[in-house]
Design a protein around this ligand. Structure first.
Ligand code: ADP
Length: 360
């Protein structure tokens, strides 16, 4: 049967999927015998380019491709190279169940560079996930072990223990439980801080809200927050909420590291000479700074030097900055005291109403 609109429409019952209406590369395969029963126009083009004949449907899929599809659970992405076709082009495909007898296959054409890149990213993701899981386990295990130990100490022995001993064990239990709560809260924050809606976030407004946010703590501890911006640094293309959380995190970190009153200075500048305009917001404090042996670890998940820290603040902040197309860096040590971080983000469009000079 030649591939005509009618043939493809009748290849599937038309009630569940109307292939011709789909603008993606997709095909329907009979799961019993590997017959390619239908495909979208884009799907047919992709199949032809990777070496699969499509001139008459229904027709059997190449047996190697059908075997590959059946070899992995549905939903798992697969890559296939037609025998005799250049390795530079290959088919990426993922099958999804479509009723009891058919599979809906979403496809894309992959170039060699594309494949190598996607493999590298996949490997990296696995590594990061593995490290993250290991750190979570590490962070949860100690307080959990302490709780189990203390609960067992109490179990069935309450009558033998003096009230003061019971109080000690219960106190330890409470400390471990609080520690767990801090970790879990940190994980929730880690999951939540993402690139929400990207809008033109005004630097002045972001600075104003951060000042309000940290004011009570800064006032109580005698710290000072100063903000300034250069003439071109009026807005960033980002979610203001995320930018505020990143900057507030940096300010609070500086405050927590300080033994006494400090000044935290935030300064936004347009980055000159780059193809796409960017804004650099430098956050410098004059506190104790970050020791040489600590510096390489500050962005690692769960690295903290604080008793009640989660070690997720900077990890989360940097991830969020990167998702917005920017970055967060710890600046090298220079003559000035304290620590200095730089948040870089894509600039918003030029603001006609921008003020001329710096804003103290
Ligand atoms: P947490 O605040 O929970 O420790 P972070 O990821 O925010 O987690 O910070 C990691 C570590 O980086 C902190 O424990 C601290 O040792 C160090 N640090 C971050 N900012 C500063 C700063 N401004 N001054 C000194 N140390 C800092």
């Amino acid at each position: 049967m030649p591939v005509t609109e009618d043939a493809r429409a009748s290849a599937w019952d038309g009630r569940r999927v109307q292939l011709d209406r789909l603008g993606l590369a997709a095909a329907v395969v009979d799961w019993a015998d590997g017959t390619l029963v239908g495909a979208t126009d884009v799907g047919l083009r992709v199949l032809r380019r990777v070496g699969v004949a499509t001139h008459e449907l229904p027709r059997p899929l190449p047996p190697e491709l059908f075997d590959l599809l059946r070899s992995a659970p549905l939903g798992e992405p697969l890559e296939w190279n037609a025998p005799g076709v250049s390795e530079d082009v290959c088919l990426g495909c993922t099958g999804y169940p479509l009723g009891p007898d058919h599979v809906f296959v979403v496809m894309r054409e992959l170039s060699r560079q594309h494949r190598e890149l996607s493999r590298r990213l996949h490997r990296q993701r696995l590594e990061i996930t593995g490290r993250l899981v290991a750190s979570i386990v590490h962070d949860l295990r100690a307080p959990l072990a302490s709780m189990v130990f203390n609960a067992e100490a109490l179990s069935g022995r309450v009558a033998e223990l003096a009230p003061v001993q019971i109080e000690e064990v219960v106190d330890d239990l409470a400390v471990a439980a609080r520690r767990l709560r801090v970790t879990v809260d940190g994980l929730l924050g880690f999951a939540r801080l993402g690139p929400r809606d990207r809008v033109q976030a005004s630097i002045d407004e972001v600075f104003e809200r951060i000042s309000g946010l940290v004011r009570p703590i800064f006032r109580a501890r005698g710290h000072v927050l100063t903000v300034a911006r250069g003439p071109g640094a009026t807005s960033v293309a980002a979610s203001p909420l995320v930018v505020e959380q990143i900057l507030a995190n940096l300010a609070l970190n500086a405050s927590e590291a300080a033994g006494g009153p400090i000044t935290v200075a935030m300064e936004a500048r347009a980055v000159p000479g780059s193809a796409r305009p960017r804004i650099r917001i430098r956050v410098r404090d004059d506190g104790p700074g970050i020791a040489g042996e600590v510096r390489p670890h500050v962005f690692q998940p769960f690295f903290t030097t604080k008793d009640t820290g989660t070690g997720l603040g900077l990890t989360t902040a940097r991830e969020a900055a990167r998702e917005l197309g920017g970055d967060l860096r710890l600046e090298p040590v220079d003559a000035a005291p304290g620590a200095c971080f730089t948040l870089e983000l894509p600039a918003g469009p030029p603001d006609e109403r921008a003020s001329g000079g710096d804003r103290p």
